[in-house]
Write a protein that binds this ligand. Structure first.
Ligand SMILES: [Mg+2]
Length: 269
């Protein structure tokens, strides 16, 4: 008995996919709302991509990138505004209020989560089909992570809001790591708290020490709220998509340990 089980988030812990997800979202937004892009030039597109990097910490699931693209467009071009929130909205205000803004804009734009998820997946599939190396190259694994995964003696699971097929392709092609698909819990396998419950209840995991590494503070707080998940050791990866304010808050929560990238790679090995 003994040993460790690691449940690892994917984007912002293993893989820096922000460049790819921002570009995919821009492609998807152009399909979904093509008429809004009539007045959009290259420099506006570059501005949008730059802001997307700053806003990445608010994104829980990929389709939200599409919403951010449109919201940024509405901020930049008053004549296309259809939401009530874009007027005078700052990047900082989006960072702080995304959870409140999201349902408002979705309603005002008459958009649904599932349709946007579907479109986002299709755009990625098409990019992969047409330009596989370009798509792979828009992502990068954080330094040391690929080796740590390859040589890990722990039980490793991926728990992500990404669609599994994309995480699996990146692990294989970019990191050179083969993680069996049954160890990748992607979008559609339920909320992360439910996946963690599933993992801890499997008999082959009896006696293992449980670790969950994540870069989104809100997700760790959801775990803390659930007494059934009391056995999990929780870590916030400093290198991922979180803000200084969130790292500070995490530092004040006894249950959460702040983790640096080098310590993470060491632990995993
Ligand atoms: Mg993440």
């Amino acid at each position: 008995m003994g040993g460790d089980l690691y449940a690892l988030d994917f984007d912002g812990i293993l893989c820096d996919s922000c460049g790819e997800s921002s570009l995919s979202a821009l492609k998807a937004a152009k399909i979904r709302w093509s008429s809004l892009f009539d007045q959009v030039n290259l420099s506006t597109e570059e501005w949008i991509i730059d802001q997307m990097h700053i806003l990445r910490p608010v994104v829980e699931t990929g389709y939200e990138n599409l919403l951010l693209v449109r919201l940024l467009l509405e901020i930049q071009i008053p004549s296309i505004r259809k939401s009530s929130v874009a007027d005078g909205l700052s990047i900082q205000a989006i960072l702080e209020n995304w959870l409140q803004l999201k349902p408002v804009i979705m309603k005002e734009w008459n958009e649904e989560r599932d349709a946007l998820i579907d479109l986002f997946g299709k755009v990625r599939d098409e990019w992969i089909r047409n330009d596989f190396s370009g798509w792979i190259g828009a992502n990068r694994f954080y330094p040391g992570v690929a080796d740590a995964l390859r040589f890990s003696s722990s039980e490793v699971y991926i728990v992500t809001t990404k669609q599994s097929r994309f995480a699996e392709a990146l692990l294989r092609e970019l990191a050179g790591v083969n993680i069996p698909s049954e160890r990748i819990y992607g979008l559609g396998t339920g909320p992360k708290v439910e996946v963690l419950k599933q993992l801890q209840s499997m008999s082959q995991h009896d006696g293992l020490k449980l670790h969950f590494v994540e870069d989104r503070l809100a997700t760790l707080k959801n775990v803390i709220k659930d007494p059934a998940l009391d056995q999990w050791n929780l870590y916030l990866g400093r290198w991922g998509y979180n803000t200084e304010k969130e790292r500070e808050e995490a530092g004040s929560i006894p249950r959460i340990r702040l983790l640096d990238l080098t310590d993470f790679s060491e632990k995993l090995k």
